[in-house]
Design a binder for this molecule. Structure first.
Ligand code: TXA
Ligand code: MG
Length: 325
């Protein structure tokens, strides 16, 4: 689905006027503001309920513009931008003066990416500047992968929602610290570590599953309302049935190797065998189980290679301690 030209013009006008536009990317929907307008960027934080110290990603229309937003581009960063943009890869580099400090949470670095979605690219081209955008959900909750998810969660708090259909990748971009000669992964995402390593010709450190290293990367994030419990794949069904007997409304992610088993639970999701399909569906499954009234979700981690690394990262965070705990 492609938004109409009139919608793109209208959305670009809203950005120019300091308003907020939710827009589709290949990963998840973003909640965008003019990256050079501190007041508009402040509203993004307010609408999301996100602490102002948690930096946003600046979306640009093409790799050629990178130099306008950062101070310098080390060789590995240039290589990754050439190879993976437009695409689900975010590069953290030293901040250029054009980007407002509000967008970077006061940091001297800035996260930049060129999204691979025709509607996002049309919007960026019509607008002409950079669009600072986090995922278009409330702080800590599940990212939206359809325009309806955005409307349901943010409603009138957004000035305009561009509908570009369901997101093809379904998990957020891979974030790379590219400030130095040796890049490292700050958040696994839509571009796999294996693909990055193949292009760089060296192994990459992954910080994501360790303690909080990045502002805005909390142990509990990407979380549905229901509590998420992770168990070994072969225990998923037994644990789900036990919890259901104990009176929980259980939602269960049945691993592909147990797809044929009958499961006594409140709601059942058959996990797709392909990691690309699983990533695409993940946030929708979590939302659906919430909607169906589940208070507990039993799931297991996929093998942590390829897109499985990003899926496992999101499931771990969904299962992480909640702020009230
Ligand atoms: O796929 C995506 O990345 C989506 C779409 C909309 O582009 N965006 C997204 O944004 O996931 P958000 O705000 O939900 O997550 C961005 C993360 C922040 O949580 C923060 O950890 C990291 O990017 N980040 C942003 N600027 C940074 C910086 N200067 N240094 C380190 N990490 C940064
Ligand atoms: Mg987010």
């Amino acid at each position: 689905m492609t938004a109409r030209t009139g919608d793109i013009e209208k959305a670009a006008g809203v950005l120019r006027a300091g308003g907020l536009v939710a827009f589709p990317t290949e990963t998840v929907y973003g909640l965008g503001a003019n990256a050079e307008d501190p007041a508009a960027v402040a509203r993004v934080f307010q609408v999301k309920g996100r602490p102002p110290s948690h930096p946003l990603i600046v979306h640009i229309g093409d790799a050629e513009q990178l130099g306008e937003w950062v101070q310098d581009v080390p060789a590995p960063a240039r290589l990754l931008a050439e190879r993976f943009w437009p695409g689900p890869l975010t590069l953290v580099l030293r901040r250029g003066r054009r980007v407002s400090l509000e967008a970077t949470g006061g940091l001297e670095t800035v996260a930049v990416r060129v999204p691979d979605h025709p509607v996002a690219l049309e919007l960026l081209s019509a607008f002409g500047g950079g669009v600072a955008a986090p995922s278009a959900n409330r702080f800590g909750s599940v990212s939206p992968t359809t325009a309806n998810h955005v409307r349901a969660e943010l409603g009138d708090a957004v000035d305009f929602v561009l509908d570009g259909g369901p997101c093809a990748v379904g998990v957020e971009s891979t974030i790379i610290d590219a400030t130095g000669e040796i890049p490292s992964v700050l958040r696994p995402g839509g571009v796999t570590r294996e693909d990055l390593e193949a292009v760089l010709g060296r192994p990459l450190a992954v910080h994501s599953t360790s303690r909080i290293r990045v502002p805005g990367q909390h142990p509990s994030h990407y979380a549905p309302r229901a509590r998420v419990v992770l168990v070994e794949p072969e225990k998923v069904i037994a644990e789900a049935e036990l919890a259901q007997e104990q009176g929980h409304q259980v939602g269960v992610f049945v691993p592909p190797s147990f797809a044929d088993a009958a499961v006594k639970a409140h709601a059942v999701v058959a996990v797709p065998g392909s990691m690309a399909a699983y990533a695409r569906g993940l946030y929708g499954f979590l939302r659906e189980l919430d909607q169906r009234g589940c208070d507990l979700i039993i799931a297991s981690l996929p093998v942590e290679e390829g897109l499985g690394l990003a899926i496992a990262n999101r499931l771990r965070r969904a299962a992480g301690p909640r702020p009230s705990e």
